[in-house]
Structure formats: structure tokens, C-alpha cells
Design a protein around this ligand. Structure first.
Ligand code: UD1
Length: 419
């Protein structure tokens, strides 16, 4: 087993490059199922979730090659087993993204029903209702979603909640459905836009890109193409918060500031000086302690829930009180108890964390409980006096590419240790 060990107290300084976005590459790899011929996906990050998605497709019969460090070639012309087994779905809920593509291209899909996960119940009812509205027959039996449709048909469907993977599943399904589909109340996250661009490159007819209403004219065939995945805005945001918390000065290249407007606004409120170019973001904290900032998570373009835990760590050492409100997931404060063990003063009241910033955190053994929670522990460890150990680091490897290498490059004292 492995753990991460951090000796805190080093301000981050220097520059790194962002990796491709996890939440864009997962739906894009799944969407490759609808293309005929080969797609080449570029800027693919090395993450456990990507390996899991690749393995899932290979098990189905997809011809998939990781052909150099960041390119993946995918040909899904000969799928023989349109199935996502429990063992895969339980480690990565994003496996549900195979449902829409399999159903619309092959007319059949069996996907293990995702259960609850660490950050909340996370149902998939909207995915299923949308596919049923397109004519799919769906039953849930023995823990599996079993979906069939000789052909999906265009429809008008309003999603009762904004759901990222729900929008992606229905969008992909609609590209090969017969006739026009109108999807309302769609997620507008940059990763949804990246997927839309990929589908359009394959020949899909989609209007309303980046808006809550997507209009899709179904086509008979999509053709594999080349696509470069957008930078990971959550990875970028995480490193910026880490630099702000340590009073550092960093530049992140291959980053898109337009995808991080609210996060950059909050970092500026916290006292960071931020400058941007078209594809880089620089942050300078001038060694100052951060000011507290209130956070309210909501779907894009509002503050992303995937940055909430990192800002809890920043607020934990800020010069005053702040309130962090989590509106998307009911159980996404598990990092708080670990931060308290490091000396943070935080109270949880329902979906709010009330944080009284302290001057110093102290290193401690901690346990990662989900992907972004683990990022907040890394940030806290970088700031804390003394040594912090983080256990269960498989959560970090799901979503951060070579995190300790990038942090070492910025002057942190962090290593991965076998125990
Ligand atoms: C995606 C992201 C995840 C991010 C989340 C919110 C991927 C692979 N994961 O997850 O990193 O934290 O968006 O930005 O892109 N809901 C329903 N019924 C459904 C679907 C969702 O009630 O059928 C609810 C969820 O319980 C949650 C809310 O809708 O309260 C938003 O969830 P959703 O956007 O679907 O999250 P994911 O797509 O799973």
C-alpha cells in the first residue's frame, strides 16, 4: 500500500503544465462508441479513472490503444459485449456514460446500477427517464440497468435537475436517434462543451452549444475523428489554491482562464494577485495569509462543487470567518473532520461548514475519503507545520496526474511511500 507524506511550510513557486480534463476525457472516450472507424483522442491524462474507462471499453470488444504518452486510439466497430459490470461501475460511477452510446449504436446495453458513493446518493433516474423518452425499454434487474431500443427517436425532454453526466448520456444518445431531440435544462460545464465539439467533429448536428437547451438532429452515422481534450480546470484550480494557501507564486500553462472565472474571482477576494493569458494563469500571494471567502456551490457557471473541499482548506487558515455551502451533494464534507484533526476550527450545520480561520495547521495522519477531499488534505499538508501523512491515496490517483511530481517541481516536500 502507498501513502503520501508531506513536510509542510514551503511556499509553492515555479511553473507547471495542466493535464487534460478528467471529466471531459471520460465522456469523450465513452462517446467514441458511436463513431464508425477510428478516433484519436489527444491530451489524455494518465489517471486511474481513464484506465478504468479504457478497460471497460476493451472488455466490450473495443479496439483501444494508448499509442504514446497522451494519445488514445479507439475503434468501436466490433463491440461484442455491450455491458458495464458491477466490478467496474463500483470503482467509477462515470461508467454510466457507456449507457447512451451503447444503446443508440448497438440497440442494447447492460450497465450495473451505480450505488451510493462517498459523497452522496447520486441517482441516475434522469438518465433513464431521458432514454425512455427517446423510446428505450428499460428494466432494472439484479442490480443492472437493462436497456433496449431497436432505434432511439428524437423527443423533447426537460431534465428536472441539472446533471452533467445525465446531459452527456442523453446528448450522445440523441446524435444517432431518428429525428430531432431537444434537451432542456442541460449542464453547461466546459467538459460538456468539449464533448459536444467532439461529437460535432464526428459529424453530429448539434445547436445551442454551451447553453441549457441543446437541439440535436439525429444522423445515420458518425465517423471517428481527432480531438484534443481541454485542460483540467479542477486540477488547475487545485494547484492555484495550494499556491494561495502556502503564500506562493506560480504559473500554470496549458490552462484556460475562461473556464475558471468564479474560482479566480474567489482567489482574488482571498488576496491573490492573478494575471492571465489566453492559455496560462499566474498567481502571486506575496507571502500573505489568505482572507476568508464564502463559497456557494451550484452548476456551471457558478462555483464548482469539485473545488469546494480545496477552498475549505484555504479558509481553514484564512484571517477570519467564512461559510462554505454545498448545494449539490449531501455528504461532501468528509474532509472537514480530517482538517479539524489538523487543528482547523470548523463546525458543520446541515449543508454548511462554518470556518474560523486559524493561523497554523499541524501535520497529522489523515485519510482520504474521496477525490476532491484528498486534494484538500494535500493543500492542508502543504501548509501545516510538521509532517502530514495521507492514507487511501487511490482516491487522488483517480483524478490527479503525477500530483506529487508536479508539487515537487513547485518546491513542495511531498513523496509517495510504500508501507
Ligand atoms: C459530474 C462530475 C463530478 C461533479 C458533478 C457536479 C463527471 C464524470 N463527474 O458528476 O466530478 O462533482 O458532475 O458538477 O463529470 N442527480 C439526480 N438524478 C440524476 C442525476 C443527477 O438527482 O439522474 C442529482 C445528483 O444527485 C446531484 C446533482 O443531480 O445532486 C448533480 O449531479 P450530476 O451533475 O449528475 O453529477 P455527475 O454527473 O455524477
Amino acid at each position: 500500500m502507498e501513502k503520501i507524506v508531506i513536510n509542510g511550510g514551503h511556499p509553492l513557486k515555479g511553473s507547471i503544465s495542466a493535464s487534460g480534463a478528467k471529466n471531459a476525457v471520460l465522456p469523450i472516450i465513452a462517446a467514441s462508441i458511436v463513431g464508425t472507424g477510428t478516433s484519436i483522442i489527444k491530451n489524455v491524462p494518465h489517471l486511474d479513472d481513464v484506465t478504468t474507462m479504457n478497460t471497460l471499453l476493451i472488455q466490450m470488444g473495443v479496439n483501444l490503444t494508448v499509442n504514446d504518452t497522451t494519445n488514445v486510439e479507439i475503434c468501436a466497430d466490433n463491440i461484442h459485449t455491450p455491458r458495464a459490470p458491477y466490478e467496474t461501475v463500483k470503482t467509477m460511477r462515470a461508467s454510466i456514460l457507456a449507457l447512451g452510446p451503447l444503446l443508440t449504436k448497438y440497440g442494447t446495453a447492460e450497465i450495473s446500477l451505480p450505488g451510493g458513493c462517498a459523497i452522496g446518493a447520486r441517482p441516475v433516474d434522469i438518465h433513464l427517464k431521458g432514454l425512455e423518452a427517446m423510446g428505450a425499454k428499460i428494466i432494472v434487474e439484479n442490480g443492472y440497468i437493462i436497456a433496449k431500443a431497436e432505434r432511439l427517436y428524437g423527443c423533447h425532454f426537460h431534465m428536472e435537475k441539472v446533471t452533467v453526466t445525465g446531459t452527456e448520456n442523453l446528448l450522445i444518445a440523441a446524435t444517432l436517434a431518428k429525428g430531432e431531440t431537444v434537451l432542456e435544462n442541460c449542464a453547461t460545464e466546459p467538459e460538456v462543451i468539449d464533448l459536444t465539439n467532439y461529437l460535432i467533429n464526428m459529424g453530429a448536428k448539434i445547436e445551442g452549444i454551451g447553453t441549457p437547451t441543446l437541439k440535436i438532429q439525429g444522423v445515420e452515422q458518425l465517423v471517428g475523428c481527432e480531438h484534443t481534450v481541454i485542460p483540467d480546470r479542477i486540477e488547475v484550480g487545485t494547484f492555484l489554491v495550494a499556491a494561495a494557501a502556502t503564500g506562493g507564486e506560480i504559473t500554470i500553462n496549458n490552462a484556460n482562464p475562461d473556464d475558471l472565472v468564479v474560482v479566480l474571482k474567489k482567489l482574488r477576494q482571498a488576496g491573490a494577485i492573478i494575471t492571465t493569458t489566453k492559455d496560462s494563469i499566474s498567481l502571486n500571494m506575496h507571502g500573505k495569509r489568505p482572507k476568508p471567502v464564502n463559497i456557494n456551490t451550484a452548476p456551471h457557471p457558478n462555483f464548482p462543487t469539485d473545488m469546494q473541499a480545496q477552498f475549505c482548506a484555504l479558509n481553514a487558515i484564512a484571517s477570519g470567518y467564512s461559510i462554505v455551502t454545498e448545494n449539490l451533494f449531501e455528504n461532501r464534507f468528509m474532509h472537514i473532520n480530517e482538517l479539524i484533526r489538523m487543528g482547523a476550527e470548523i463546525k458543520i450545520a446541515g449543508n454548511q461548514a462554518i470556518i474560523n480561520g486559524v493561523k497554523n495547521l499541524n501535520g497529522a495522519p489523515t485519510t482520504a475519503t474521496d477525490l476532491r477531499a484528498s486534494a484538500s488534505l494535500v493543500i492542508a499538508g502543504l501548509v501545516a507545520e510538521g509532517t502530514t501523512e495521507i492514507f487511501d491515496i487511490h482516491f487522488i490517483d483517480r483524478g490527479y496526474e503525477v500530483i506529487e511530481e508536479k508539487l515537487n517541481q513547485l518546491g513542495a516536500d511531498i513523496k509517495r511511500v510504500n508501507f
